[in-house]
Design a protein around this ligand. Structure first.
Ligand code: ZN
Length: 67
């Protein structure tokens, strides 16, 4: 399912959710999208907030270190 207004394909891993970790063909979860492969847009985040409120979903987002 594609929701172009709610999410964009991760520019770092191109939707795979993983990126090469080293030269030994190992991979790690993509830090940009958290291993999901897609990144919510501002509209997508609003929808997520909506769903969290109305469905009672409760999950903690990892805080990214300020750079
Ligand atoms: Zn990614």
């Amino acid at each position: 399912m594609s929701l172009p207004d709610l999410e964009i394909r991760c520019w770092k891993c191109w939707g795979s959710g993983v990126i090469p970790w080293n030269d030994h063909a190992e991979v790690m979860a993509c830090p940009e999208c958290g291993g999901i492969g897609w990144i919510p847009t501002d509209e997508g985040r609003r929808l997520l907030d909506f769903l969290k409120r109305h469905l009672g979903l409760d999950y903690e987002e990892e805080e990214e270190p300020a750079d």
